[in-house]
Design a protein around this ligand. Structure first.
Ligand code: B16
Ligand code: MG
Length: 216
């Protein structure tokens, strides 16, 4: 059967989650806010605007919209500076073989990301042609855990939510997939992603047998 395979981007296909963290850390330290990897988990899959609000809440800082806009621009410029030299070597291990296997088995593939920088990243890493549909932060109004991004992706692929499988590294994204009534596959730590139906530390642990069990 043809299913809809929806991939999150940051932390699933590429390890850009570390760059987001570095860029946010700079803003936080500038504002005297302690921002740990644990805090960062809550920002994964969360939009840029919402991420800044969470950091400011953490530091109990009230800011003007003008300042917020400046920090948002600064964060994105800093983040983009890490992506300048990006190429296919930044694709996480095991991802391309899974994309290839899905294509060979006539499966549909979509991107479902909160990032507004998704398209250039897929282009730079040379994997954009695998995707039958792309839904990113420019296309949706409601951020994960709202299921909008994944529902739109499935719709563009012509699939029912029940026939969609979502790969996610964030708690908010796993929740979005579950709310959408899709199968959720967590990529990362079981301790963090326990709400996912399946959990793997990374794509090298996802074998053809597992994919075949989803296609049946
Ligand atoms: P940008 P994903 C998300 O991407 C990231 O996980 C999150 O950390 C980031 O704030 C968000 O994109 C917005 O990204 O600033 O590039 O628009 O994991 O949903 O692919
Ligand atoms: Mg992610």
């Amino acid at each position: 059967k043809t299913k809809a395979f929806i991939f999150d981007l940051d932390g699933v296909i590429v390890d850009t989650a570390k760059y987001h963290y570095l860029a946010w850390q700079k803003i936080a330290s500038q504002l005297g806010i302690e921002f740990t990897p644990e805090h960062n988990e809550e920002l994964k899959g969360v939009s840029r605007v919402r991420s800044l609000d969470l950091i400011l809440e953490l530091g109990k800082i009230e800011a003007t919209q003008e300042n917020k806009n400046l920090w948002l621009v600064q964060k994105n410029e800093d983040y983009l500076s890490y992506l300048v030299d990006m190429d296919e070597s930044e694709i996480l291990p095991g991802v391309v073989p899974v994309l290839k296997f899905l294509k060979e088995n006539n499966q549909k593939i979509a991107l479902g990301s909160a990032s507004k920088n998704a398209r250039p990243i897929l282009q730079k890493t040379g994997i954009i042609s695998y995707f039958d549909a792309i839904v990113d932060g420019n296309d949706v109004t409601n951020a994960k855990p709202d299921p909008e991004v994944f529902l739109r992706a499935a719709q563009l692929l012509g699939a029912n939510p029940e026939d969609a499988i979502v790969f996610e590294d964030s708690v908010a994204g796993v929740q979005a997939a579950n709310i959408a009534n899709m199968k959720s596959v967590g990529i990362g730590e079981a301790k963090i992603l326990h709400e996912a139906q399946f959990i793997f530390p990374d794509f090298t642990h996802i074998d053809e047998q597992f994919i075949e069990s989803l296609i049946k």
